[in-house]
Design a protein around this ligand. Structure first.
Ligand SMILES: Cc1ncc(COP(=O)(O)O)c(C=O)c1O
Length: 362
């Protein structure tokens, strides 16, 4: 006897049905400047030494659930205060989810700014939190601090997420404003430092000075995106609770070993991120010289640019047919009208991008 198929619409939460899945475009054959990756691979000797280490791994056993060796290495490399506790995530995306799962209750608010990192909103929806956002200032994407403080007062958010530098605008907020927000917030404040390798600015030394400040990092942007490893640092009382939502063995053995190995050869990645910072300045200079293009200053490994009205989609398509993939942000938020975001690549990739952009905007 055939059983009636249950209707998806009867069972899937309406807010999940209303979401669009996170889209990752096919980049095969294209210069990939859409996802803030480090364009550089590893020198051959480093690869060989890594493969030797991998050879000795026994994958029949579960990973070290505490990832103790990796945490020790991260503590040193990221100058994490000794008083701070660490939690690792399968990418920092997973840490955002763990924080939200820890705090979610009907009506609880996750507050952020927009335009901002889209996963804050998506994860609020996944976990049943109410998402609220305060618009950044239109002219330079700086924080509208009075509006943010008023939203904190009104919504009493369980958590405020602020990316520092911000994605997709690339700018740093004023540190004094972040501190003011931390002092005003009734719950947690998470400063998301995904782009820390490309700036000297950081609130990491201030973890522990405020009972509610957490700093989040990732190894993705420094050149280890494929390993999926994020890190949260904060006061023990909060971290002990968030840790309970971590799935056992969330950081697999190959990631633990590979990240620890890579981070113990930090000089390679420091050199790569130094080159990216230098290339960012060169790229910014080239963009500033193009008519019909406004580039926004960036402290990250990408640059947001605004084109003439109505040009984002045609220029995006034209770049793609010239073999360069960037992100079209037009339509994602009113403040991103006519905007594209380009990741800083190698000097050759950036040249190819500039040439294609020049053709597309002439
Ligand atoms: C601000 C911000 N936070 C977090 C992430 C996610 O990083 P991960 O690769 O560690 O999940 C990104 C990725 O683009 C980001 O832009």
């Amino acid at each position: 006897m055939s059983r009636k198929n249950p209707a998806v619409s009867d069972w899937v939460r309406p807010e999940i049905r209303a979401l669009s899945a996170y889209q990752v475009p096919d980049a095969r054959g294209l210069i990939k400047l859409d996802a803030m990756e480090n364009p550089y691979t590893w020198p051959e000797e480093l690869r060989q030494a890594w493969l030797k280490r991998l050879h000795d791994v026994d994958v029949n056993r579960y990973p070290d659930p505490r990832a103790a060796a990796l945490k020790r290495r991260l503590r040193v490399n990221m100058s994490i205060p000794s008083s701070a506790e660490i939690i690792l995530g399968n990418g920092s995306d997973e840490l955002i989810q763990m924080i939200a799962m820890t705090l979610s209750r009907p009506g609880q608010v996750l507050l952020s700014v927009e335009p901002g990192f889209v996963m804050y909103r998506m994860i609020a929806v996944f976990t049943g939190m109410r998402y609220e956002a305060v618009a950044l200032k239109g002219e330079d994407f700086s924080l509208d601090t009075p509006a943010l403080l008023a939203a904190i007062e009104r919504h009493r958010p369980a958590v405020v997420f602020l990316a520092y530098p911000n994605n997709p605008s690339g700018n740093l907020f004023d540190e004094a404003d972040l501190i003011q927000v931390t002092e005003a917030a009734p719950g947690l404040v998470v400063v998301d430092e995904a782009y820390a390798p490309f700036t000297e600015a950081t609130l990491m030394p201030r973890v522990g000075q405020f009972g509610n400040l957490l700093v989040m990092r990732t190894v993705s942007k420094m050149g280890l995106a494929g390993l999926r490893l994020g890190l949260l640092a904060g006061p023990t009382a909060w971290m002990a609770e968030i840790e309970k939502t971590r799935l056992p063995y969330n950081i697999n053995t190959l990631t633990q070993l590979s990240a620890e190995f890579a981070l113990s050869h930090n000089e390679v990645f420091d050199e790569q991120t130094r080159a990216i910072r230098e290339a960012r300045e060169a790229l910014f200079g080239r963009l500033a010289g193009l008519s019909g293009v406004t580039a926004f200053p960036s402290a990250a490994n990408f640059i947001l640019l605004r084109l003439a009205e109505g040009r984002a989609a045609p220029v995006h398509a034209s770049l793609k047919s010239a073999g360069v993939l960037v992100k079209n942000l037009h339509g994602a938020h009113p403040l991103l009208r006519d905007c594209l975001r380009v990741t800083v690549g190698t000097p050759d990739e950036n040249e190819a991008f500039i040439a294609a952009l020049t053709d597309a905007t002439e």
